[in-house]
Design a protein around this ligand. Structure first.
Ligand code: GTP
Ligand code: MG
Length: 234
């Protein structure tokens, strides 16, 4: 069942119990997604000899920000509205080294049979006016409780370290000015966002060049190995 049905079924319960049970779902969903990401990262390390993921951060939205968001959307701040209209209560942010890792990971996550991809926003191909870049997925994952299986929504944000650096700085500035930053600061941020794209592209091509050069070097070592006597002991 989905979360809305689940909360409807809890109707006769005390509100605090419904709240605790709903939060249990979100916390569990974050754990499930976290484990899946760990497994993908370890498998990748095993087969390709490198970790695509630099770090992962997860959080459950605070009750205050949930209420604020619902009121911003024009809804009353109750639990049913929360599970119906808020997709980012459980959030996981994956930070990668290279842009190519982002699409590879998103694809691997999307192909898992128990994950349902509800929506995708690609702010890398289509950055926000602010300059914000990141790849967003809203997914749902089944949470197995003793008496129900509840598909629970999680927002997954995937970005490079450079995009993450930009987003956290911009977030701090946004809050400092309560969304009303002077024009020249917003302009500089957009300028920095372009630099982030350049840096990401440069780092990616550098990494590709490193892989190619290493392969060529290994191949030339192999061919010189052929000229060596097979047994060198004694
Ligand atoms: P929210 O109401 O902010 O959740 O937006 P939304 O439901 O329209 O979703 P969207 O995909 O636009 O944004 C979701 C999340 O992405 C936000 O909660 C932020 O964490 C992040 N985000 C989106 N836009 C920006 C931005 O301009 N700057 C920064 N720093 N983060 C952003
Ligand atoms: Mg949000």
């Amino acid at each position: 069942m989905d979360q809305v049905e689940y909360v409807r079924e809890l109707a006769g319960h005390k509100e605090i119990d419904t709240w605790m049970r709903t939060m249990l779902l979100y916390n569990s969903a974050i754990k499930e997604i976290g484990t899946k990401i760990d497994i993908l990262n370890e498998e990748f390390q095993e087969t390709h000899r490198y970790n695509p993921i630099e770090y992962v951060k997860s959080r459950v939205k605070s009750p205050e920000s949930i209420a604020k968001k619902l009121r911003r959307y024009g809804f009353e701040d109750d639990i049913l509205n929360m599970v119906t209209h808020c997709n980012d209560i459980a959030g996981t942010r994956i930070v990668c080294s290279f842009t190519s890792d982002i699409y590879r990971l998103a694809d691997m996550i999307g192909r898992q049979s128990d994950i349902n991809v509800i929506s995708i926003k690609d702010y890398i191909k289509h950055p926000k006016i602010s300059g914000y870049k990141s790849y967003h997925m809203i997914v749902s994952i089944p949470i197995f409780l003793s008496d129900a299986v509840v598909d629970t929504r999680v927002e997954i944000q995937i970005r490079t370290m450079a995009m993450d650096f930009w987003a956290s700085l911009e977030h701090k500035i946004y809050y400092k000015f309560e969304g009303q930053a002077p024009d020249y600061i917003s302009r500089d941020l957009r300028e920095c966002s372009k630099i982030v794209s350049m840096l990401d592209a440069k780092m990616l091509s550098l990494n590709e060049a490193v892989i190619k050069a290493k392969k060529e070097q290994d191949a030339s070592f192999m061919s010189t190995d052929d000229d060596l006597p097979a047994v060198r002991e004694g």
